[in-house]
Design a protein around this ligand. Structure first.
Ligand code: HEM
Length: 281
């Protein structure tokens, strides 16, 4: 049993038509196994996270609530999450036996996802701190230290995190790639079905190209099952709840910020700076 399903085209060529649907169960099981192993590791084996202690300058100058996500960023996150949820449900329920007329709901959710991602690209490039989500040299140095310490070898303590820990940055990179694949292939696949945007044209690509497109769409799609499970798992872990709450209310407590983040790497406008801006208004 291979990971792809094949058919013979009218020209007699053997072409892939899509992924084998048992991969849905593989993705589910991998996601669930990850969270079981991680939860056991954290509960019974992990040591308390330790960071190099640096005197945090002017703590009293920090606001009691540290702004983390603007309203626009939060709206984007929840609209994208809703679209992703609808896409996963409409794509995979019919494949595991729950039959309904899914294609229209699917491409509509696909367009919502596409538009929200286009907004996110412009918003994060011009209005947010674009580089905050990409790994930097300090992340790699600290990851190295954390790995050594995990292996029980002596190594200095890592620094606290910038706005996003390395794990979040890597997760963002993988979701971004899978998201781009489903969006680009999904827009092409809209030519195979009836939509309001353009006339149907199943002859746009050769059978082989269509097949590869369906395969890529399916592989990135099942990958997103695992990625979504992992994301939701971390969002509801007790120690991560303040971060999840900040995606609703927009801010986190000063105490949580100082516990996990390095004020030099994630700089927050101090109260006096804020007052200065207000006075200057
Ligand atoms: C979480 C993201 C997504 C997942 C998991 C997903 C998954 C899937 C799956 C499994 C199929 C069935 C393919 C097959 O039968 O081989 C499919 C079909 C389709 N997808 Fe997606 N998809 C996603 C995003 C998108 C996006 C963003 C768009 C459009 C912009 C889109 C448009 C389509 C279309 C038009 C079809 C129907 C193709 C047909 O029936 O011929 N999808 N999708």
């Amino acid at each position: 049993m291979g990971i792809l399903e094949w058919a013979t085209s009218p020209l007699g060529q053997r072409v892939p038509i899509h992924i084998a649907w048992f991969l849905i169960w593989v993705a589910l099981i991998v996601g669930l196994l990850f969270l079981i192993v991680h939860a056991i590791y954290v509960r019974y084996f992990a040591h308390k996270a330790e960071f190099v202690s640096e005197p945090s300058a002017a703590v009293s100058e920090l606001p009691a609530r540290i702004p983390r996500h603007s309203l626009a960023a939060r709206l984007f996150h929840w609209i994208m999450a809703a679209a992703m949820f609808v896409l996963l449900v409409t794509a995979f329920l019919p494949k595991v036996g729950v039959q309904f007329n899914w294609v229209t709901y699917h491409w509509i959710a696909g367009m919502v996802l596409t538009i929200s991602i286009l907004f996110h690209i412009v918003h994060s490039t011009f209005y947010l701190d674009f580089w905050s989500i990409w790994p930097d040299r300090s992340d790699l140095e600290d990851a190295w230290k954390r790995f050594y310490r995990f292996m029980g070898k002596p190594k200095g303590l890592p620094r606290k995190f910038a706005k996003y820990p390395l794990e979040n940055k890597l997760y963002h990179g993988v979701v971004m790639l899978s998201g781009l694949v489903v969006i680009v292939t999904g827009i092409c696949m809209m030519f195979r079905v009836r939509t309001i945007f353009f006339p149907r044209n199943p002859y746009l690509f050769s059978d082989m190209t269509w097949g590869m497109m369906y395969v890529l769409h399916g592989l990135a799609g099942v990958g997103l099952i695992t990625l979504t499970i992992v994301h939701v798992y971390f969002a509801i872990r007790p120690e991560k709840l303040p971060i999840t709450a900040s995606m609703i209310v927009g801010s986190m407590s000063r105490e949580f910020y100082l516990k996990e983040h390095d004020p030099k790497r994630w700089v927050i406008e101090s109260l006096s700076q804020r007052r200065g801006i207000a006075d200057g208004d």
